[in-house]
Design a protein around this ligand. Sequence first.
Ligand SMILES: NC(=O)c1ccc[n+]([C@@H]2O[C@H](COP(=O)([O-])OP(=O)(O)OC[C@H]3O[C@@H](n4cnc5c(N)ncnc54)[C@H](OP(=O)(O)O)[C@@H]3O)[C@@H](O)[C@H]2O)c1
Length: 270
Amino acid sequence: MTRPFVALSKFGAKKGVWAVITGCTDGIGKAYADQLAAAGFNVVLVSRTLSKLQDVQQEIEAKHKVETKVVSIDFAHATPDDYDRLRTAISDIPVGVLVNNVGTNHEFPVRFQDEDDKVIEAIVEVNVMAQLRVTKLVVPRMVERKNGLILNIGSMSAVSPTPLLSVYSGSKSFLRVWSQTLGEELASQGILVECVNAYFVVSSMSKVRRASYAIPSADTYVRSALKRIGLHGGSAVPFNNSPYLPHAIIDWLVERVLPRRLMLTYNHRT
Ligand SMILES: NC(=O)c1ccc[n+]([C@@H]2O[C@H](COP(=O)([O-])OP(=O)(O)OC[C@H]3O[C@@H](n4cnc5c(N)ncnc54)[C@H](OP(=O)(O)O)[C@@H]3O)[C@@H](O)[C@H]2O)c1
């Protein structure tokens, strides 16, 4: 962690530039929306439930005096019209930051062959297809400006695969690899791509309610992530970052020290 981090000002903070955040009415996404607005970005809030989006919109406008737009999309069942609404919403604004945060998981650990097909399809639609489609809409806007930051919210379950959460783990593994290829493709166009590898963070999805040093609140986690853009944390993989120190230590150990076969068996038993 000796290299300097990249400041948000590089992507247009306080200059009328917008950030697009998916899955932003709760947890990590809500913390990104709040902290990017606090840093001086206008925000496009994209998530499933319109009433929750409107609550977050009101909260952010009152707190940070920035402009906001809301687009409600259920990414598990999104239609081309839904993506067109997002395309229209961003067609006339400069977009400097995209946080591909939306994600969904298995309800509980289950063997792959016993998982409901609808759950499998929802995980692939939300964790893979939504990231691809939203990014495809946003990247041309960033290329026009030769500037942008794309944060793909990954998971330690891609670094250390988790049996019984196999489709989730595989979907996050897609993000880990795709971020490297996209990052390399876009680097020469002034766009920084980063897969943010989170371990446990307090949220509805993690079902962890109380923060501890190893399991931070979403606010603490995102504060740490926004201060370490462009670094690696414990990750040895290009365009991947585990920005929160206790998670960086776990990532460092998993990627460089612990035997992978042993970790797989340990994760299976846990
Ligand atoms: N929390 C962790 O421990 C952890 C660890 C590793 C990675 N992550 C990743 O971090 C990201 C955020 O997770 P989180 O724990 O903050 O989740 P969360 O608290 O459960 O919040 C999820 C957000 O996504 C929205 N959402 C869920 N399904 C959606 C859909 N089908 N269409 C549109 N929006 C949808 C939710 O909207 P509604 O309010 O309408 O439900 C909510 O705003 C995910 O990608 C997750 O995989 C989390």
